[in-house]
Design a protein around this ligand. Structure first.
Ligand SMILES: Cc1cc2nc3c(=O)[nH]c(=O)nc-3n(C[C@H](O)[C@H](O)[C@H](O)COP(=O)(O)OP(=O)(O)OC[C@H]3O[C@@H](n4cnc5c(N)ncnc54)[C@H](O)[C@@H]3O)c2cc1C
Length: 449
């Protein structure tokens, strides 16, 4: 019998588990969070209910496979009670790492550690109610800088300007290294926040950077059709009292300054110039700099793999087999650069393999392709020395309160009842202990019923 461990239950982990399970093997999922879903549950924008509900249904279907088992609330890392060596000692036939990109990309700026400065992923986790981020300080002020120009920036601006229960922001300024033509967000996502764009300030910013854009052959008059359809309508004064969305192009953060209380009150940026190389637009910093008055700063510049997991790590990702004889297969195999060999039976899929790479559909596809390579490997792999009961015993010996598939059903029931009681469409417990207590309470009710 072949048993495969899948570490991580985001879209990549779940769809890899499905494919391997459908191949007739035992699959044991170990997931850091109590609930499955990863960023589909705790990253995708809270009001995208339809998408979230649809994905939850698909994940429930995966978990309904009798040979797919689930242990939630089990972080695997060199710093937690379960390490990769522990997993190997248990003796699965293969291990698939689908842990996403949990590391934070650091720019190494002076002042990066002051209060009021956050990584987008952590901020997003907190408003999507993922413990322990729910109990950390993510306070925002009146002037918020978001660094980056992708969909995550749009989500965060949308939260600050529209959906946050306490809206503090009077101004959200998007800080971008390059120009408006390099914006990476989808137009339909930007639609949500377009009404907050301070049109006159935006036009002024475009006038300021126009010589730079022209120098690399970019024509501002094309911007309306390319990225900012709002430019096709005449600029009006920004409505009084309405929070403003502004863009500050062609600048890179270089130092963060704090007030006497230790909170960010100024962001120093280097002014950039654009250049064109091989058909793409790059930027480089000049000697000139400027200060932005901000009291909150959120980095939305993508994430990296978490080095604490314990896999061989190179710059910001896990080391993948460099073998070019079969690059498609090799791209999923983990590699030990010190020993110069493939980590036998160990694979990475989804954002664990390629950090911050695309939407759920891409993570799914990546996981399914990876799973095909795993299935191929299993054809000749050794049988496993482990099974669900042994893994359960092992986790208990480690003192972990792992959450099973049956527990997840109890939790879903408890949250549904709480939503009904509160008269709201959905309810999520925001603390691990509250989730564990709700599971126990539901189990107790089932026994007495
Ligand atoms: C803010 C934001 C908004 C997004 N919005 C959309 C959207 O609207 N539509 C869309 O299609 N895509 C969206 N995406 C992209 C989508 O979320 C990703 O493509 C997808 O979730 C990546 O899947 P993954 O399984 O590789 O990683 P993740 O979803 O990150 O899942 C990782 C899983 O691994 C677990 N894990 C992590 N570390 C460990 C560990 N050490 N031990 C055990 N388990 C661990 C986590 O608990 C989690 O369950 C968004 C992404 C972000 C960041």
């Amino acid at each position: 019998m072949k048993t495969v461990f899948v570490v991580g239950a985001g879209p990549a982990g779940m769809f890899a588990a499905q494919k391997i399970g459908q191949g007739g093997h035992e699959v044991i999922i170990l997931n850091r969070d109590i609930k499955p879903g990863g960023l589909a549950e705790y990253g995708i924008y809270p009001t995208k209910d339809k998408m979230k509900i649809g994905l939850r249904k698909q994940f429930a279907k995966v978990l309904s496979l009798p040979n797919v088992h689930y242990f939630g609330h089990v972080p695997v890392s060199s710093q937690s009670r379960v390490s990769i060596s522990d997993l190997k000692e248990l003796g699965p036939s293969a291990i698939v790492f689908a842990v996403g990109a949990q590391g934070t990309k650091k720019l190494g700026l002076p002042g990066e550690q002051v209060s009021g400065v956050y990584a987008a992923k952590d901020f997003v986790y907190s408003y999507n109610l993922l413990p322990p981020f729910t109990s950390r300080d993510f306070s925002t002020g009146k002037r918020v800088a978001i660094v980056g120009m992708g969909n995550v920036m749009v989500d965060i601006a949308r939260w600050l300007l529209i959906d946050a229960p306490v809206k503090t922001a009077e101004e959200v300024v998007v800080v971008a290294r390059r120009g408006p033509f390099e914006a990476k967000f989808d137009k339909k996502e930007f639609d949500y926040i377009e009404e907050f764009l301070d049109r006159k300030a935006f036009d002024e910013e475009l006038r300021r950077i126009q010589p730079q854009l022209s120098a690399v052959g970019q024509d501002v008059s094309k911007l309306a059709e390319e990225t900012f359809p709002v430019l096709a309508t005449p600029a009006a004064d920004h409505p009084a009292g309405k929070p403003r969305l502004r863009f500050r192009f062609l600048c890179s953060p270089q130092a963060i300054h704090a007030d006497a209380g230790g909170r960010i009150d100024r962001l120093n940026v280097a002014e950039n110039v654009l250049f064109e190389r091989d058909g793409s637009i790059g930027c480089k910093a000049t000697e000139q700099s400027a200060d932005l008055d901000v009291d909150t700063m959120i980095f939305a510049i993508g994430d990296v793999a978490d080095p604490a997991l314990g896999l061989p790590y190179n710059r910001d990702s896990y080391v993948i087999n460099p073998d070019q004889s079969d690059p498609k297969r090799a791209a999923y195999e983990l590699f030990d650069p010190q020993g110069g060999k493939v980590l036998d039976g160990m694979y990475a899929v989804g954002w664990a393999r390629k950090a911050s790479d695309g939407l759920v559909g891409i993570a799914r596809h990546d996981a399914e392709v990876g799973a095909v390579h795993v299935l191929k490997y299993l054809e000749t792999a050794r049988d496993s020395n482990t099974n669900v009961a042994q893994v359960q015993n092992f986790l208990e010996r480690k003192g972990l309160q792992a959450v099973s598939k049956a527990d997840l059903e109890c939790l879903a029931r408890a949250e549904e009842k709480q939503a009904q009681k509160n008269g709201v469409p959905w309810f999520k417990f925001a603390e691990d202990n509250a989730m564990l207590a709700a599971i126990e309470a539901e189990k107790a009710k089932a026994v007495t019923a």
